[in-house]
Design a protein around this ligand. Structure first.
Ligand code: FAD
Length: 240
């Protein structure tokens, strides 16, 4: 695995939790080359190697390139819709063009909950946003304002993540449970009053917790960080 960041998934989950995922993959035999970029491929009709930015040539039978997506906004732009890292919509998922809605990876909607425009590249948003756009087209006065959510399965680790940490936010990490046990939760928080409130929460193999996490985020609930990190306190009890 060749990754330019110092830690896998660092941009999404930060260095501590990203390291946990790095160790998980290493324990399954993956060689991690971190802080390393790819500058080219070698081969003829088919690839036989990868060249890193350290000028190291690595042999490869197969290369999987996972570098994110760029939304295809050309059609919307050509039609005159407002586009800025995605097709801009209001809370009813209407674009700036009459009779045109946008949902899913391509849509950047106005989130009252997070006080900013959001564009989310995950399955749940494509599913829920599609349904919401349909209702909006049919005349319902919806307000699409989800707590973003995604899931992933990596070996024996099933994870779910809900929330949004704005880029550059100095979120404080609170961990509940022992990551070495393979079952834990992680929360990204910001100070509020005499406690913290959740920006995002994630679990690994600690199922049926995401509804509570989402309601704590949506309710902007003030929480004692000590209780948040204390496994003996049911998460539901923190909701007030
Ligand atoms: C490798 C991979 C792994 C993923 N894993 C997860 C995961 O574990 N969990 C998770 O939550 N999400 C995951 N996702 C993200 C999830 O798949 C996407 O968020 C979801 O598919 C987005 O749905 P969508 O309908 O908005 O866009 P898409 O599925 O991209 O569909 C858009 C469609 O529009 C078509 N299109 C584009 N331009 C035009 C045009 N001008 N005219 C006509 N058609 C056009 C495209 O060809 C495409 O078929 C993953 C994505 C990838 C690529």
């Amino acid at each position: 695995l060749i990754e330019p960041q110092a830690v896998p998934l660092e941009r999404v989950v930060g260095p501590e939790i990203g390291s946990w995922f790095g160790e998980l993959h290493a324990a399954h035999g993956v060689q991690l080359r971190l802080g390393t970029g790819v500058v080219g491929f070698t081969g003829g009709d088919r690839v036989n190697g990868v060249v890193t930015d350290g000028d190291v040539a690595l042999p490869a039978d197969l290369v999987v390139v996972g570098v994110g997506i760029r939304p295809r906004t050309e059609l919307a732009e050509a039609a005159g819709a407002m586009v800025e890292d995605g097709v801009l919509t209001d809370a009813r998922l209407r674009t700036s063009l009459p009779g045109v809605w946008a949902a899913g990876d391509v849509a950047r909607w106005d989130s009252a909950l997070f006080g900013r425009r959001l564009r989310v590249e995950h399955w749940a948003n494509a599913h829920d946003g599609g349904l919401a756009a349909g209702r909006s087209m049919a005349g319902a006065e919806i307000s699409y304002d989800p707590v973003p959510f995604f899931f992933s399965d990596q070996y024996e680790a099933g994870l779910e993540y809900a929330g949004h940490v704005p880029p550059g936010a100095a979120a404080r990490l609170v961990v509940r449970g022992d990551p070495r046990s393979g079952e834990f939760m992680a929360f990204w928080t910001e100070p509020t009053g005499s406690g913290v409130r959740l920006l995002a929460g994630m679990h690994v193999n600690t199922w049926d917790t995401m509804d509570t996490v989402q309601s704590l985020i949506r309710g902007r609930t003030m929480i004692d960080p000590g209780l948040l990190g204390d496994q003996s306190v049911p998460l539901e009890d923190l909701a007030g």
